[in-house]
Ligand binder design. Structure first.
Ligand SMILES: *[C@@H]1O[C@H](CO)[C@@H](O)[C@H](O)[C@H]1NC(C)=O
Ligand SMILES: *[C@@H]1O[C@H](CO)[C@@H](O)[C@H](O)[C@H]1NC(C)=O
Ligand SMILES: *[C@@H]1O[C@H](CO)[C@@H](O)[C@H](O)[C@H]1NC(C)=O
Ligand SMILES: *[C@@H]1O[C@H](CO)[C@@H](O)[C@H](O)[C@H]1NC(C)=O
Ligand SMILES: *[C@@H]1O[C@H](CO)[C@@H](O)[C@H](O)[C@H]1NC(C)=O
Ligand SMILES: *[C@@H]1O[C@H](CO)[C@@H](O)[C@H](O)[C@H]1NC(C)=O
Length: 446
């Protein structure tokens, strides 16, 4: 994998070269410094993609860091008595009123639905207990929507819903984390066959023969077409983005799909050149006087606009295609970025009152939702189906759910992974949401 090529010497030489760069006065200095570092580490960033986000967050004082769970615990003892309610389908009335994503985490002593012994496919990098994580309280929480119950994931129900269908997770390494969680949950019912795997584990296909269900992972950094600028034959960490064209690597599979679960955002925190109709129309943080400077939000917005425009207009897509947006997944570095000693070692969730929706994570989520809604309005008129896994808010509360590195996790040479999620862990809830949504074909929440 690319991070194996990492060497401190290379970093040192690059750092010397970068110091000569002209830092733009329009840019907040901490942002730019971090950006330069991010560029050096570009080959590394597949796994730890958003240093800027982290720094920006700390600048904004985003997350309050005093855990105070008393309120949550008191309020929720009563929920524990209602365990059997959540297995019943919500009534029509409940469905209309209930936003699954407005809620909080409540204590749940039942434990996870799989372990590292019952699921054989937990990747090393997310097998937190194997890598030395000792605290397990982070597994003892359940998501409780304010106005209803979230039905628990049930592998048999899920596999019946998707019988004969093809589902793809489209996005970066966090999308991979999501599909890995789904595989663990489903393997409790049926073990899939590995049908296809590329050398870098970016494109994969699994098949569940008993349910004729095909599951795919389609890798895409930006969702739209993008290519890395080369300097002297090596990647520069700077990308050309073609705002009006999809990344065909995934888009060519779209006509075969019944479910397309789209997500992204972590790769946008770097210098990017923006193109439309083949022409350079601007950039993000390139700091060139003759190129219009846009912010990250603009690039993210245009990318998601293109994705949902394509999906709503897709003529050769299956009639029953269900397009789902999985909203931006927050990272939780504290006291530094991923490459400057930031860490995530919390052992319990934040309460609702402790998260701040004034952060860049939330803006990323809002942009994605807005562009999703734009596509949905027109797409639904054409009979397409849309749904959203709006996980951002719930996951902002789960700083305790990441692998980190201080448990002796060696997978990133000592860096802390506060971007991806332990398995089992709160990431499994993305699939509880997924099942709730597809059971209702996208009609459950807005
Ligand atoms: C599962 O986690 C335990 C620690 O809780 C570890 O000792 C064991 O090696 C892990 N097993 C696998 C198969 O990952
Ligand atoms: C590219 O290579 C040329 C010739 O070897 C060298 O002068 C130049 O500094 C290099 N550029 C970068 C950005 O490394
Ligand atoms: C690209 O730039 C050329 C030259 O300025 C212009 O003629 C053409 O219309 C541009 N294309 C688009 C799609 O904007
Ligand atoms: C902007 O200026 C640089 C350096 O002078 C030049 O290489 C580049 O082609 C220019 N870009 C555009 C879009 O004019
Ligand atoms: C990005 O730019 C848009 C306008 O192009 C603006 O509305 C938005 O607030 C900006 N976002 C940030 C984070 O600066
Ligand atoms: C997390 O790590 C920091 C820095 O090493 C330490 O001060 C803090 O006590 C740790 N918190 C927990 C919950 O382990």
């Amino acid at each position: 994998m690319s991070f194996c090529t990492f060497s401190p010497e290379k970093l040192h030489n690059n750092a010397k070269r970068e110091r000569g760069l002209n830092m733009g006065s329009r840019l907040v200095p901490f942002l730019f410094t971090s950006l330069a570092i991010a560029t050096l580490f570009s080959f590394f960033l597949i796994y730890s993609p958003n240093p800027l986000l982290t720094i920006a967050k700390q600048g904004l004082n985003s997350i309050q860091i005093q855990p105070n769970l008393h309120a949550v615990q008191e309020q929720d003892h009563q929920d524990l008595d209602h365990n059997n309610i959540k297995l019943q389908p919500p009534t029509k009335k409940e469905e209309e009123k209930c936003d699954l994503y407005e809620g909080h985490w409540v204590p749940e002593l039942r434990g996870p639905m799989y372990t590292n012994s019952s699921c054989a496919t937990i990747p090393e990098s997310k097998n937190c207990f194997k890598n030395g994580r000792r605290d397990s309280d982070f597994l003892n929480w359940r998501w409780k929507p304010d106005k209803c119950e979230l039905p628990l994931f049930d592998p048999n129900t899920f596999l019946e819903i998707v019988r004969g269908k093809k589902m793809a997770f489209i996005g970066d390494s966090v999308a991979r984390n999501h599909v890995e969680s789904l595989l663990c949950l489903l393997s409790q019912e049926e073990s899939p066959k590995d049908v296809y795997k590329d050398s870098e584990d970016r494109f994969r296909t699994w098949y569940f023969p008993q349910h004729d269900f095909t599951l795919m992972k389609l890798w895409s950094k930006y969702l739209i077409a993008a290519d890395e600028r080369m300097v002297n034959g090596t990647g520069s960490g700077t990308f050309n983005l073609h705002l009006d064209r999809l990344d065909d690597q995934w888009a060519r599979h779209l006509p075969d799909l019944d479910y397309a679960i789209v997500s992204g955002g972590h790769w946008f925190f770097r210098v990017m050149y923006l193109h439309e109709g083949g022409n350079l129309t601007g950039c993000v943080y390139c700091n060139q006087p003759n190129v219009t400077d846009y912010n990250i939000s603009h690039a993210v917005r245009m990318a998601f606009r293109t994705v949902f425009k394509h999906i709503k207009d897709c003529k050769n897509c299956r009639g029953g295609l269900i397009a789902l947006l999985r909203t931006f997944a927050p990272a939780h570095f504290e006291n530094g970025a991923w490459n400057t000693g930031g860490y995530c070692n919390r052992t319990s969730p934040f309460s609702e009152a402790q998260i701040d929706l004034g952060t860049f994570d939330w803006e990323m989520r809002n942009i994605q939702i807005e562009e999703f809604e734009r596509g949905r309005r027109e797409g639904e008129m054409k009979g397409k189906k849309f749904g959203v896994l709006d996980i951002t808010r719930a996951m902002l509360m789960r700083a305790d759910g990441h692998p980190g590195a201080h448990w002796g996790n060696q997978w990133m040479k000592g860096y802390n992974d506060c971007v991806h999620w332990c398995m089992p862990g709160p990431v499994d809830y993305w699939n509880h949401f997924l099942m709730a949504i597809i059971r209702n074909e996208g009609g459950l929440v807005s």
